[in-house]
Design a protein around this ligand. Sequence first.
Ligand code: ZN
Length: 264
Amino acid sequence: MVRSPIKFLSFEATVAELIDHSTKSWKRDPVQEIFEEEKALVILQTPISSLNSKDKLIWHGTKNGSFSVKSAYHMEKATKMEGRGQASTSKSFKEVWKKIWQLHIPPIDKMFIWRACQESLPTQLNLFKTKIVKVPLCPICSREEESILHTLWNCEVVKDVWGQCSMRLQKSTCSQLPMVLFFENMIKVLNDSEMQEFVMVARQLWLRRNSFIFKNKFLPPNCLLRETSLRLQLLKEEEDKIQTQKKGQQTKNSAEKWQSPPAN
Ligand SMILES: [Zn+2]
């Protein structure tokens, strides 16, 4: 893992140095400089108390926030039960993971869609579930909870983008599903180049969503699609180059194997 050097803080620095105490808000630049993108997103969405009270450790297992062995035992038991429940109702989605690693797309896009299918992108709904934000609503349309599928497929503002993509992508519909089930349905109906397009557009939509929240910038659909089609074009050229090199190598090998008949 590559970590960017910490330019702003001393070795003994505490969280307080990342907070602007006059406005009770995070200092955006150092947070984004120090932490990886996803962690910075979560930190910047964490509300800061407007009261000047001192920090204290809170235990979620009890109502008064104090730790007790009994509550730890119950929490552990509940986690195990939850794990067993998931194991019996979920399947392994082997085809999904296999497809993700087989797709000819840049590693950053593979990692993105893998995290989306694992439900591990910091959407408002996921941050709400982990008690980081108080409202799970989509920060762009404010109409529905911001699940991963909402932000990448169902939100009103992304429909314009998908409406200008390949025909079969336009026709794909879905209800409220976990992302992994949606992706599983997509791989049944789309070919590889449509899947490439789907994943690369989806990541651009996620980046646009982040840029809207943190920089107040919102890329219009045609700019977003132009950017994606340039990336797809580069990918295609790279694929063609590899194919040409492979063919050249095969021709060379067969020429080397061939020997002229001995002269009489
Ligand atoms: Zn929305």
